[in-house]
Design a protein around this ligand. Structure first.
Ligand code: AMP
Ligand code: MN
Ligand code: MN
Ligand code: MN
Length: 280
């Protein structure tokens, strides 16, 4: 069984619509794929229809933007009730913070690049969450840079946008809400070298809030980081996952380039709904 638990569609910053992500997943020989767009569940319906047609098992997920001690982290929530009020509000909050942040970034880049807000807005699907990749795509469309990678290297890295704070929700709070909504959460790429990271102690703190797993095999982790995370997962009784973080043609990440072991997937799914409450 081949299992990839982290992908993006045009519902956030991927380049393929949700149904096409599923078709690509089937072609890549995946049996299980999670659609985990940033701060939205908008792609779930189209993905689930396509998954039925193509014999792929869809795991419904979202990659939530949040923070731990002021450091931005990404949290993968799976199998939660998408109508759960606190999570709806958290996603709405993140999406509106993203608009504020993107406007500030455009303001900073306008003098040197000629970038305007409308150049960026046309890169975003409907009311999908706006992110730096859309600003990157706008810079590509203006001919300022050849591709997203170059846009990040020259204009959009953490270093470039250091003063612009996105004020996302606290990760422990989101982990509790995801559990309350019947789901499970996995910390995404906790040691991705290009962004600031949180230490082992902070990850340990998140397990007390109910974190179920950490993403270990991911292209932004070198082998040392993967070994250290696998060790940490074992110590903290966290499920170790592996995923591609596919973004279509927006990133080099290929579907199934990292996968989750079937036993780890079974363990993760066994933790779904463990503490669901009816309170909202
Ligand atoms: P944001 O959501 O606005 O914080 O932007 C972060 C997103 O940018 C991540 O989810 C990645 O998909 C993407 N990203 C980060 N670094 C790069 C890069 N060097 N090239 C292409 N995409 C990137
Ligand atoms: Mn992304
Ligand atoms: Mn991420
Ligand atoms: Mn991602």
């Amino acid at each position: 069984m081949r299992i990839d638990l982290h992908t993006h569609s045009t519902a956030s910053d991927g380049t393929q619509p949700p149904a096409e992500v599923i078709v690509s997943a089937a072609r890549a020989g995946l049996d299980v794929v999670a659609l985990t767009d940033h701060d939205t569940t908008a792609g779930w319906l189209a993905a689930s229809v396509a998954a039925q047609q193509h014999g792929v098992h869809l795991v419904r997920g979202t990659e939530f933007s949040c923070r731990v001690n002021g450091v931005g982290v990404h949290l993968l929530g799976y199998c939660f009730d998408p109508t759960f009020q606190h999570l709806r509000e958290a996603m709405d909050h993140s999406r509106s913070r993203r608009v504020d942040r993107a406007q500030q970034i455009v303001h900073v880049l306008a003098p040197s690049t000629g970038l305007t807000w409308s150049d960026v807005v046309i890169q975003v699907q409907e009311d999908g969450p706006i992110g730096r990749p859309h600003i990157a795509d706008a810079l590509v469309s203006l001919g300022v840079v050849p591709d997203r990678e170059a846009a990040f290297a020259q204009y959009l890295s953490e270093r470039h946008i250091a003063g612009i704070n996105s004020q996302h929700r606290d990760a422990a709070t989101l982990i509790r809400w995801i559990r309350d909504a019947g789901g499970v959460s996995v910390l995404a790429h906790p040691r991705a070298a290009r962004e600031p990271v949180i230490d082992d102690e902070a990850i340990s703190g998140l397990t007390e809030a109910g974190l179920a797993g950490i993403e270990v095999q991911h292209r932004d982790h070198d082998l040392d980081a993967q070994a250290a995370l696998a060790f940490l997962a074992a110590r903290l009784d966290l499920v170790a996952t592996g995923s591609s973080d596919y973004h279509g043609s927006g990133k080099p990440n290929r579907l199934g380039e990292n996968t989750t072991h079937p036993d780890a997937f079974a363990e993760l799914m066994s933790r779904v709904g463990e503490t669901q409450t009816s309170a909202q």
